[in-house]
Every structure is written in C-alpha cells, then in structure tokens.
Design a protein around this ligand. Structure first.
Ligand SMILES: [Zn+2]
Length: 258
C-alpha cells in the first residue's frame, strides 16, 4: 500500500510532468471512476491549466487555474504512468488525462480502489486530517496532548489520520521500533519524553523512505515490518507479529518495552 513517502514521490513526479500544462481531455476508463464525475463535468475540464500538484496526507490535489481541484487517492495499488498520448495504455489504465502538448498522465491501478473526484472552486476540502509529520505545529507537546486524548494502544492510534496525516501501517511500526515503544502501550500513557522520541522517529523513517517509489525492502531497509521470526536489527531477539485493529503489527518484544 502506498504510504506517505510513496505518495509524496508520486506527487513530485506528477507535478514535474504536468504543472503549466493545459488539459485536452480526461477519460475515465472504469465504471467506478465514471460514477464519480459526470460526463458534462469531465468536458468542463477541457482547457483548464494545472497550477500545482500538492499532497495532504495520502491525498493528491491537482490544483487547476480556475480554482477547481482534481483530487486523487491511490488507496492500495494506484500509480501514475507518465508518457505520451501515442503510447499504448498500461494494462490497468483507469483514467487518462491528456494534455494539449501531446503528453499524458494515466492512473494505473490493478486493484481499482483508487478514487478521482472533482471539487468545485471555493469549496473547502474537508479531508479530516491532522498535521503532517513535517508540520512545525506538530511539536512533542502537541503529539503528547493528542495521544493523551485517545483510548487504546498507541499503534492503531498512530494510524488515525486525525492524529497525524499520512502515517500508515508500515511506518507506524517502524517508528515505534526506532523509539523503543511497545505497540501495545496505551496511547494516553505515553510520556512527553517518549512522544518526543516517537516524533523524531516518525520524521526519520519518513525522510529515509522519501524518494522510494513503493515501499519495498529492497529499496528501503525496513527494521521490523514484515520481519516476523527474523532477528531484531538491534538486539537479535526474534521479531513478533500481532494483530491490532485488524492490521499486522511487528515489534521486538525485548527492546520495545517502554
Ligand atoms: Zn530488539
């Protein structure tokens, strides 16, 4: 599943390929996407120019010069294939954005869980997101206060996008390992000094992964994720896997005791 660093990479690629270009035609190639934007609204996108492409959490916002926003979310397996309109369509092409210069951005998604929406000009985007890991407003005190208000263990709380935008299952586990905090620790019982260590660890793992196209052990060397039974990279204790809120959590039972 694309996580924040992968979505950031996708946004950077899309921005570099499309900003300043004028839309010639958008085609929605899958019924699930076609239901989200009517044919007349699709046609109204002709002639719109891409002003910027930005990321908020795992959302991708294509800002148009007329004030409207094309809003993409990859969910599980989406990606952009950037090329020319004359190129063959990729096998799982779900939407195609053609530009007047002959270039094209294709939303490719084998599982077809990606979404594409069009927001009107002036409509505030309510994405229900907390601060980004990189936000200056996210201080150790602010994180400590946000955790203190939550029930349940820390790991599922870290996946709540209202607490931190963009953090997913892989990097939550990785950050807890770096901060030596047990994923089973109650969120409300995390101390201020542990919140400081956790915030530093979140920033470290996100920064280390940025630039990778997909989360992949060959690209980003993961410390605990998907390493059940393998030795901890710090103390050699076998990594354990548990299930929390329906998701796998990997941790070292020896060095994540806080
Ligand atoms: Zn360990």
């Amino acid at each position: 599943m694309p996580e924040l660093p992968e979505v950031e990479s996708a946004v950077q690629r899309l921005r570099a390929a499309t900003v300043g270009k004028t839309i010639a035609k958008i085609a929605l190639l899958h019924p699930a996407l076609a239901r989200r934007i009517s044919p007349s609204r699709l046609r109204s996108l002709r002639g719109a120019r891409i002003a910027d492409v930005v990321r908020r959490g795992k959302h991708q916002l294509v800002l148009l010069d007329d004030g409207r926003t094309l809003h993409a979310h990859f969910r599980m397996t989406g990606d952009w294939v950037l090329g020319r309109e004359s190129d063959a369509l990729p096998r799982f092409a779900r939407a195609s954005i053609a530009f007047t210069d002959g270039s094209r951005a294709v939303l490719d998604d084998p599982r077809m869980l990606s979404t594409l929406d069009l927001h009107p000009r002036g409509a505030p985007l309510e994405l229900g997101l907390g601060p980004e890991p990189s936000d200056q407003s996210l201080t150790p005190d602010a994180l400590h206060a946000a955790l203190a208000r939550r029930r349940g263990p820390i790991k599922p709380v870290m996946l709540d996008q209202r607490v931190i935008a963009g953090l997913g299952n892989i990097y939550a586990a990785e950050a807890l390992w770096h901060a030596k905090i047990s994923p089973r620790r109650r969120a409300s019982a995390v101390s201020l000094s542990d919140a400081r260590a956790l915030l530093a660890a979140i920033r470290k793992v996100i920064k280390a992964a940025t630039g990778a196209r997909y989360t992949d052990d060959s690209v980003v060397r993961l410390a605990v994720y998907d390493r059940a039974g393998k030795p901890c990279r710090r103390c050699r204790t076998p990594i354990e896997r548990i299930t929390q809120a329906g998701r796998s959590t990997y941790f070292c039972p020896n060095c994540q005791r806080r």
